[in-house]
Design a binder for this molecule. Sequence first.
Ligand SMILES: CC(C)(COP(=O)(O)OP(=O)(O)OC[C@H]1O[C@@H](n2cnc3c(N)ncnc32)[C@H](O)[C@@H]1OP(=O)(O)O)[C@@H](O)C(=O)NCCC(=O)NCCS
Length: 288
Amino acid sequence: MRRRDYEGPDDLRLMQDLVQRTWSPRSRLHIGDVAWERSVNFGRRGDTWRTALWEDDGQVVAWGWAELPDHLLLVVDPVRPEAAAEVIAWYRALVPEGACSVLEEETHLVSALEAAGFHPDDEAPFFTHHDMSLSDLRTPVVPDGFTLRHVRPDEVEKRAAGHRAAWSDLAPSKVTDEDFAAVMSTWPYRPELDWIVEAPNGEFAASALIWLDEVHGVGLVEPVGCAPEYRRRGLGQAVNLAALHALRDAGGTDARVCPRGDDGYPSARALYQSIGFKPGARTRLYVA
Ligand SMILES: CC(C)(COP(=O)(O)OP(=O)(O)OC[C@H]1O[C@@H](n2cnc3c(N)ncnc32)[C@H](O)[C@@H]1OP(=O)(O)O)[C@@H](O)C(=O)NCCC(=O)NCCS
């Protein structure tokens, strides 16, 4: 097994290939999580990231993504659990005290973290997987004057503005037009799976982006938002349902979304459960 540092977009695709090759319903990450998190934040935060890939016989068997100063994300092929210890040792050499979030069902990662001296922080916020089959989807409905449609590739600025409007409750969103252009050019983004509700004044009032993993037929919903002045009028529900219909039309059979599961942020999971998503496994933060 050989470690090497991340070198650029070709390696992002190799990281996603490992996620896709090893994916099961018990995986923390979907290819869409990796696409979204890396593309939307790279321009502003990429200089604080350290990323390494572990390869064996020409195949990536693990990767680690350290967001300095204090968070590790890792993916390890479950049939190569010994690679988890290597990723964690690499991270500990960068950061003596750190934290790592995994899905509770990723037992190969939990064991490696515990063996390296990490322990669960049960007070930390967590995320809960929510899943639904696309076999029985309600018809989306929007108020008169509002339009449901997918984004066009030339609408980067409006799409980014709609995202910022929905994600500025706690502090103004820092996502730039360039960040969103990066999202829209990252595999497996497709404009047909990026839905918005257009208000009568032309603003993008609500949005839902889905990333389809064609191998598994599963679409990840990430992110979803509705601008504060348009909330509690059913737009979040409608834009999700419309995107889910498009996902089914594109060949998807199931959808996943991962909202906060703790009571510190209940609105998102309430929205998804109102659509038909059912809660499953949760993440847990391990700290050293
Ligand atoms: C979560 C969010 C997308 C909801 O959008 P919305 O357009 O207001 O949602 P809807 O009007 O379609 O709500 C549908 C149902 O979801 C639930 N819901 C939505 N917002 C809720 C809230 N703040 N508290 C409790 N339940 C809520 C309710 O069951 C609601 O039905 P009801 O209004 O008849 O009670 C919006 O609040 C938002 O953009 N928040 C900031 C970004 C965010 O958290 N995105 C999701 C992260 S995974």
